[in-house]
Design a protein around this ligand. Structure first.
Ligand code: UDP
Ligand code: MG
Length: 318
C-alpha cells in the first residue's frame, strides 16, 4: 500500500492562481511515485469563480476534494477544515499562490517518511520584495512575541508544512476558537526539520493582508499565546503606586519645612492625565483577554460548510 499524502490548500478569491497551482503540484507529485495523493482545496467563501474552478478540477481528477464554506471564515479556519477533512497518512498545508514552492516537497517527504522527523516546515530566509518598513515591524514583532510567549515563534516560518498523522491529530486536538496556526504548530512540539528557501512572489492575484489586518492579527496572537501583558499591567500599577508614595512623602516634608501649599498645579494635571491614560491601558489589556474568553466560552463553530465534493457527486449521479 502506498502512503497517502493529503495536500491541504486554503483558497480565498484565487480563481487566477488555482489552475497554475494544480498543474505545478501534479508535476511535483508525479516525481514522488512512492506515494498516492489527494488534494483538499478549502474554498473560504470566495466571491469570485474559485469554487467553479475547483469543481472543474474535481471532475477532471477524482483526487481533488474540496470543502466550501458558507462565508469567509479566514485562513486559520480554512486550515482547520482542511486538516479535519484530510485522510492522508501525511498531510501538507500550503498556499495556493505558489509562494510555498512545491519543489520543496520531495525533500520534506524524505525527511518525514524516513521517520527521522514528524514534521518538515519551510522557512523563508529573505524578505526580499517586501516593503522595508514591513520587514522592520515584522522583526520588532517577532522580538516582542518571543519575549512574551514561552512558545517559540520563528521569523519567516510559513504555514507550509509536511506533517505526520500523529502531529496532525495533535493539532486537531487543540479546539480553541482564536486560532493562530504558527503558535499552535509550535505548541504541539514534535521534531521539525526546517528547510530554507528564498522569498517567492505570488504567481497571480494579490495578497489579502493589509498592514492594519496584520497588526490586529499580531495582537491576537500575543493574547492567544501569552498572558504576560496582564503581568505588565499589574507591574506598571505597582510601579506608579511606589512613585506616588515617594512623592507624597516628599510633598509632606516640603510643606512642613517651607510651607508652599498651592504650587505645582500644572504638574498635577499632567500626573492626573497620565494616570488616567495608564488606567485605560491596563483596562484595555484586561478587556482584550476578557473578549477572547467571551468568544471561547460561546463555543461557536469555527467554520460552516456549504458544500463538499460529495454533494457535487450526488448531484451528478441523480
Ligand atoms: N486565504 C484564505 N482565507 C482568507 C485569506 C487568505 O483561505 O481569508 C488563503 C489564500 O487564498 C492563500 C493563503 O491563505 O492561499 C495565503 O494568503 P495570502 O497569499 O493573501 O497571504 P500572504 O502570502 O500574503 O501572507
Ligand atoms: Mg501569499
Amino acid at each position: 500500500m502506498k502512503n497517502l499524502v493529503s495536500i491541504v490548500v486554503p483558497c480565498y478569491n484565487e480563481e487566477s492562481a488555482l489552475k497554475i497551482f494544480y498543474e505545478e503540484i501534479v508535476k511535483v507529485s508525479k516525481k514522488l511515485s512512492a506515494a498516492a495523493f489527494e488534494f483538499v482545496f478549502v474554498d473560504d467563501g470566495s466571491n469570485d469563480r474559485t469554487l467553479e474552478e475547483i469543481e472543474k478540477l474535481h471532475k477532471r481528477d477524482q483526487r481533488v476534494k474540496f470543502v466550501s464554506f458558507s462565508r469567509n471564515f479566514g485562513k486559520e479556519a480554512a486550515l482547520l477544515a482542511g486538516l479535519e477533512y484530510a485522510k492522508g497518512d501525511y498531510v501538507v498545508t500550503m498556499d495556493v499562490d505558489l509562494q510555498d514552492p512545491p519543489s520543496l516537497l520531495p525533500e520534506m517527504y524524505d525527511a518525514v517518511v524516513s521517520g527521522n522527523y514528524d514534521c518538515a516546515g519551510a522557512r523563508r530566509v529573505s524578505r526580499k520584495g517586501e516593503p522595508p518598513i514591513r520587514s522592520f515591524f515584522a522583526r520588532i514583532y517577532y522580538w516582542i512575541i518571543n519575549r512574551l510567549s514561552k512558545v517559540e515563534m520563528i521569523d519567516g516560518v510559513r504555514d507550509y508544512r509536511f506533517m505526520s498523522r500523529k502531529m496532525v491529530d495533535a493539532v486537531l486536538s487543540m479546539r480553541e476558537y482564536n486560532r493562530y496556526s504558527k503558535g499552535i504548530f509550535s505548541f504541539v512540539g514534535f521534531r521539525t526539520k526546517w528547510i530554507e528557501f528564498e522569498h517567492v512572489e505570488r504567481v497571480a492575484g494579490e495578497t489579502h493582508w493589509s498592514f492594519w489586518k496584520l497588526f490586529v492579527y499580531g495582537i491576537e496572537a500575543i493574547c492567544a499565546f501569552s498572558t504576560v501583558p496582564l503581568v505588565f499591567a499589574a507591574a506598571l500599577g505597582l510601579l506608579f503606586c511606589f512613585v506616588a508614595f515617594v512623592m507624597i512623602i516628599v510633598i509632606i516634608v516640603k510643606t512642613l519645612a517651607f510651607g508652599d501649599p498651592v504650587g505645582g498645579w500644572p504638574s498635577m494635571i499632567c500626573v492626573i492625565l497620565m494616570m488616567g491614560g495608564l488606567q485605560m491601558l491596563a483596562l484595555g489589556i484586561i478587556g482584550q483577554y476578557l473578549a477572547k474568553t467571551y468568544l471561547e466560552t460561546k463555543r461557536r463553530p469555527i467554520y460552516l460548510v456549504r458544500e463538499t465534493e460529495k454533494d457535487l457527486d450526488r448531484k451528478a449521479n441523480k
